[in-house]
Design a binder for this molecule. Structure first.
Ligand code: UDX
Length: 439
């Protein structure tokens, strides 16, 4: 099939390359010339495991190209909208200007029988509004909503092997036509027996925001338990293991620590609350405010813990921060808890050096007042404390004995409960973590 993908960020670029991998002829369109140029030259504008290879394969196959001109999307049977919906400045609501601009630009080239498919995370009601725009301007054209659940760091795997396909469709025969087109796009995934949920627009839009709200709630739940563990001397990691054995609860997303960040969970729960308010249903989501509060308190607690470990004062203390990305296997620093903590420590007088295996360029650009070092060893040189704030494999696997030779004081703060406490304490380190007793 001929497919266009409008918006080539984490979601769109991976989606475009994955669609080419499935055998379609794909054009990825983005207004950012540098992004289009980089992607066309096999130089992705972001770090994502497995994506370089997928991109190279798809470009070499001749089935994938990128362009800044939406005119290149003309003639495609299916047009995916994959642009961002960031938080509006000074508000909780999502900024819809990119989605609206993408839809309007597609209207210029859309033809009857073609399908526009929204994948961006949007406030419920958006698909109905865009659907009317599409059919109003191009009778016979259709719109579907098909949310994406990819996790950064696993984006290629999640796109090619999703755990479910959700189709939000218009009613009646149009819905059947749209469904048939989507099934054709995802044929290998459908044939594999991937569960499908076929529904209306509003449900499909809400599936995404509800899923992200649930995940955020699960993380804040265990982090609230961590606060109680700190007050009682209990151990949140063992608590999570123990409740996680109950398969109604499950152990996934129960890792207590510095909490969630990134370009999705924080802004999605806020946009969901804002939308609920507009719909007169804000009471239903007031708990998400608390989820957000618990999450933010973890960052403050981490700074307090560092102060405690550093004998009550951060002034002039050398602190190594391992991790800048909001999570491992990503170079994304949007709302990164690690950088938030690093900046607070520096503002309160500590001499901070931040390192990260993939996110340093992004971090330098967005946080120019922070100091950065290329390696963990350099960041930790003569450090009074080491904070592990993003659980990259290379930090989890640090040898506490050799690493101990670099620092001035063997004090480690495990912001992600990711280190082997016994090994670090055996090597003479003072070990502290959120929600666990001092080791
Ligand atoms: C999330 C959703 O998982 C994905 O389905 C959706 O499409 C986009 O948003 P992503 O933002 O890539 O994906 O990251 P995710 O793996 O969900 O982690 C989000 C944050 O939660 C990270 O900062 C991570 O460190 C934190 N987290 C995750 C925890 O603090 N504890 C956990 O147990 C799990």
């Amino acid at each position: 099939m001929r497919i266009s993908v409008v918006g080539c960020g984490y979601l769109g670029a991976v989606h475009a390359a994955a669609m080419a991998e499935l055998g379609h002829e794909v054009v990825g369109v983005d207004v950012d010339e540098r992004k289009v140029d980089g992607l066309s030259r096999r130089r992705p504008p972001f770090y994502e495991p497995g994506f370089d290879e997928l991109l190279s394969r798809s470009l070499e196959s001749g089935r994938l190209r990128f362009s800044t001109d939406v005119g290149e999307a003309a003639g495609a049977q299916v047009h995916f909208v994959c642009v961002g919906t960031p938080q509006r400045r000074g508000e909780y609501a999502a900024d819809m200007r990119y989605v609206d601009a993408a839809a309007e630009s597609l209207l210029e080239i859309l033809e009857p029988g073609q399908l526009v498919v929204g994948k961006s995370t949007v406030p419920v009601g958006t698909a109905a509004r865009l659907g009317e725009m599409v059919t109003g301007k191009v009778p016979g054209a259709l719109l579907a909503w098909n949310p994406e659940f990819l996790r950064e760091g696993f984006a290629v795997q999640d796109t090619l092997h999703p755990d479910r396909l959700v189709y939000g469709l218009p009613a009646g025969a149009d819905g059947e036509t749209a469904r048939a087109l989507l099934d054709e796009v995802y044929a290998p995934i459908v044939e594999r027996g991937t569960p499908q949920v076929v529904t209306d627009y509003a449900t499909a839009e809400m599936v995404k925001t509800a899923a992200n709200s649930f995940l955020a709630t699960k993380i804040s739940f265990i982090n609230a338990m961590a606060e109680l563990c700190e007050a009682t001397g209990a151990d949140v990691k063992l608590l999570a293991d123990a409740i996680g054995y109950d398969d109604r609860i499950g152990r996934k997303f129960l890792n207590a620590g510095l909490g969630f960040g990134g370009g999705c969970l924080p802004k999605d729960i806020r946009a969901f609350m804002a939308r609920a308010g507009e719909l007169g249903a804000d009471q239903a989501l007031t708990f998400l405010k608390e989820v957000d509060n618990i999450n933010m308190r973890r960052r403050i607690r981490m700074v307090e813990l560092a102060r405690e470990v550093l004998d009550g004062s951060l002034l002039g203390k050398r602190v190594a921060v391992l991790g800048a990305a909001f999570k491992p296997d990503s170079d994304d620093i949007r709302d990164s808890p690690a950088l938030n903590v690093a900046a607070q420590l520096q503002l309160q007088g500590a001499v901070v050096c931040v390192t990260d295996p993939a996110a340093l360029d992004n971090a330098r650009r967005e946080w120019p007042h922070l100091d950065f070092c290329p390696t963990a060893e350099e960041a930790a040189e003569r450090a009074d404390a080491v904070l592990v704030l993003t659980e990259w494999k290379q930090y989890r696997e640090l040898d506490p004995v050799t690493f101990g030779r670099v620092v001035r004081q063997k004090r480690v703060l495990d912001g992600r409960n990711a280190l082997d406490r016994e090994a670090w304490t055996a090597a003479g380190w003072t070990y502290r973590a959120l929600g666990r007793r001092a080791g």
